[in-house]
Design a protein. Structure first.
Length: 363
């Protein structure tokens, strides 16, 4: 299942009995964010306030009107962090003082318990109590409310050197989802909806023509070099969107294979003014130069600069509809609508036809 589909799938499952789920896939593709998106969506449908667990949130209470997400990274925990702390009662019996997060899940009308890095847990004692959370929906002797859904995530052995297979009886009690990374178009749609104008859209332009660089499969499972994933592209796009750019930033997030390629793309200069004067000059540009030109033209159009010339270029691009599709997609929705309204009818027909074919081919 593609990552952008997972949140909706989890929402459906929540209202269909809330079976425990295990999401498996490479690191950095958006598994954790999918769970957060699902929790937010469920809260919205129930008319509840969405909150991520913290001690401050627990002190506020009000769990009958809240949907809480508890996010536990299992590789950082001790068994007591999961079971609670044992205490001796007056009659020499033993009980557990539950963690605050467990009390929140016991009281909450709606909740998600997210167990991250399940397959990377190396300690058998931690793994055992994590399995208890999944199978029994209890922390120690504190049972979660019926409105709580348990979701775990982990890496598969192909993408993590420390990932371990899980016991067959446990797997047989889980709904296992194999997560496929988002493609550049799906990633861009997410970024635009989540961050608006706060990210550098040149990242998407580069990825639109270098789709294999969305997710780099490291040649070695253990490394000191970073590598490109949807997570690192997101981090880079947001930092560059704030106005910062350094070579070390790019290479530090994208690694030695993809980083230099993206830096070379950013260093290209294109005389956009001459292209707007004579749109046929666009045809003679290299692939990367065309991408840079699309960025500059879109920036000018959204800033209200030379709108008539940009619309004239767009009419020229109607004969190269894949570039017109890219320009329209790059614009904010209101500017895309204005640009399309200036296009002749036959050009719009070709544009929609190409766009539908692209969506069909990319699935």
């Amino acid at each position: 299942m593609r990552v952008p589909e997972i949140a909706d799938f989890l929402v459906e499952l929540y209202f269909a009995g809330r079976p425990p789920v295990l999401i498996l896939g490479p690191p950095g593709i958006g598994k954790s964010e999918s769970v957060r998106d699902a929790a937010r969506a469920v809260a919205g449908r129930l008319g509840l306030e969405y909150v991520e667990f913290s001690e401050a949130a627990f002190r506020e209470g009000g769990w009958d009107r809240r949907c809480v997400l508890v996010d536990l990274r299992l590789t950082e925990l001790e068994p007591a962090d999961i079971l609670g702390v044992p205490r001796v009662l007056g009659d020499s019996a033993t009980s557990y003082v539950p963690p605050l997060w467990a009390r929140a899940l016991a009281e909450a009308r709606c909740g998600f318990l997210f167990l991250d890095e399940l397959t990377n847990v190396q300690r058998d004692d931690v793994a055992a109590v994590a399995y208890k959370l999944i199978l029994e929906r209890m922390s120690g002797f504190t049972r979660f409310s019926d409105g709580v859904m348990v979701v775990a995530a982990g890496n598969d052995p192909e993408s993590s050197p420390i990932a371990r297979p899980l016991p067959a009886p446990l797997i047989n009690r889980l709904l296992v989802v194999r997560a496929e990374p988002p493609d550049p178009d799906e990633w861009y749609a997410y970024m635009a909806s989540r961050y608006g104008d706060s990210f550098d859209r040149r990242t998407y332009l580069y990825l639109s023509m270098n789709r294999e660089d969305m997710l780099e499969r490291p040649q070695q499972l253990e490394t000191t070099h970073n590598f490109a994933t949807p997570r690192t592209w997101t981090m880079l796009a947001l930092v560059m969107g704030s106005g910062m750019y350094r070579e070390e930033l790019v290479d530090g997030l994208l690694g030695p294979a993809v980083g230099p390629k993206f830096r070379a793309f950013l260093s290209l200069k294109v005389d956009v003014g001459s292209i707007l004067e004579d749109p046929t000059k666009f045809d003679g540009l290299s692939l990367d130069a065309k991408l840079v030109a699309i960025h500059e033209v879109a920036r000018m159009y959204m800033a209200g600069e030379r709108a008539g010339d940009v619309e004239r270029l767009a009419r020229h691009l109607a004969g190269r509809p894949e570039w017109l599709v890219l320009l329209v997609r790059y614009l904010r929705p209101e500017h895309a609508s204005r640009l399309l309204s200036a296009m002749p009818e036959d050009a719009l027909h070709r544009l929609y036809k190409v766009a539908s074919v692209v969506r069909h081919v990319r699935g």
